[in-house]
Design a protein around this ligand. Sequence first.
Ligand code: GMZ
Ligand code: MG
Ligand code: ZN
Length: 183
Amino acid sequence: MKLLILDRDGVINHDSDAYIKSVAEWIPITGSIEAIAQLSKAGWTVAVATNQSGIARGYYDLATLDAMHARLRELVAGQGGEVGLIVYCPHGPDEGCDCRKPKPGMLQTIARHYQVELAGTWFVGDSSSDLKAAMAVDSQPVLVKTGKGEKTLAGSLPVSTLVFDDLAAVAAELIHNSAPQNN
Ligand SMILES: O=P(O)(O)OC[C@@H](O)[C@H]1O[C@@H](OP(=O)(O)O)[C@@H](O)[C@@H](O)[C@@H]1O
Ligand SMILES: [Mg+2]
Ligand SMILES: [Zn+2]
């Protein structure tokens, strides 16, 4: 099975230091919806693993978060594709949960859902916590320069990290260059 896991804020949609608190603030990065749809139509299952501490902080509620994800699904469906499992961590940094990146709990949830191994699965993010979560479960860390990506790039990266300008470039690599597939 060809599984690709994406971080959300800064990869699919623009991020903000003030958090993404409403559907109106949830604005796709140029080319990201098309990229997900193209991947989906090319046989890839595209899942999402996103930290959403804004829930714990009281900035928005689960209904609003679900509305953002319904919007994502609607836009991708409009391009003939579909979005797979979306997993989020609603906890705050001090709650010690197992799902908040850089912990790999969400990636493991996705792998269990699809009954695949994570080794070699590409996980695309914009923050160091994304890359660390990928490394923790032997998946392939992929950094995009959108969102916090440029800032992350200025720091230290896992040596095996692949770097792309944006999600559209990741999709082009996977679709047109038959990159390694999952097991
Ligand atoms: O990139 P993903 O995982 O999809 O989501 C990140 C968001 O949950 C927010 O994560 C926060 O980090 P803290 O959770 O406050 O450490 C900040 O970085 C916000 O700017 C950002 O919008
Ligand atoms: Mg992000
Ligand atoms: Zn959590």
